[in-house]
Design a protein around this ligand. Structure first.
Ligand SMILES: Cc1cc2nc3c(=O)[nH]c(=O)nc-3n(C[C@H](O)[C@H](O)[C@H](O)COP(=O)(O)OP(=O)(O)OC[C@H]3O[C@@H](n4cnc5c(N)ncnc54)[C@H](O)[C@@H]3O)c2cc1C
Length: 156
């Protein structure tokens, strides 16, 4: 069995890599190469309650700020899942080689995008490009094991 994933930006690459880590094969299909996905343009950083800035941050505060940012239109269950999983995801990106700004307490976080706490991990002003580079490398590793097949320039 091979799962079809449409889109090879941050979401699609993450899905394909997670499946591959669990031994599940996928086809990663996109109209453009990952290097040209919108994800590459993200500059400010990625939000997660890592609580490295001495502000007593909590997942529930991240949830509240995110719901407020979406004027309560966002899917509550999806936002809850995002906020709960974000810390592990950011740590995983760091493990994959994303050079987030760090200090002696770990990953540095700053205020960004309507968040009331310093909660945004960043890699200079090219966070999206740098995360995508790490994920593209990781996906290519699994491509060599035939766990991910990449089909760029395929439009649905
Ligand atoms: C300038 C800018 C700055 C941003 N800054 C930040 C930030 O600092 N922090 C933050 O969290 N977010 C930021 N964002 C938002 C963030 O980049 C996006 O929310 C995120 O990248 C979306 O990822 P994605 O994988 O869902 O989509 P994308 O990266 O857009 O990937 C979509 C994929 O689908 C493919 N596709 C599209 N249509 C078709 C089709 N018909 N058939 C086949 N494939 C198709 C594309 O080729 C691409 O591979 C920013 C966005 C922009 C534009």
């Amino acid at each position: 069995m091979r799962i079809n994933i449409i889109g090879a930006g941050l979401a699609g690459l993450s899905a394909a890599i997670t499946l591959a880590e669990n031994g599940v094969k996928s086809n990663l299909i996109s109209s453009m190469q990952s290097e040209r996905a919108q994800s590459v343009m993200a500059e400010g950083g990625i939000n997660a309650c890592l609580n490295t800035m001495g502000e007593d941050d909590k997942i529930e505060y991240h949830y509240e700020d995110t719901m407020r940012g979406g004027v309560d239109l966002a899917d509550k269950k999806a936002v809850q899942g995002l906020c709960e999983n974000a810390p592990e995801i950011v740590k995983e990106f760091y493990r994959l080689g994303v050079p987030f700004q760090t200090n002696e307490n770990g990953i540095v976080q700053r205020n960004f995008g309507g968040q009331k706490k310093k909660r945004t991990a960043f890699a200079k002003s090219s966070t999206g490009k740098i995360i995508m580079t790490a994920l593209i490398d990781e996906a290519r590793k699994y491509e060599t094991y035939c766990l991910i097949h990449i089909y760029s320039n395929h439009e649905f």
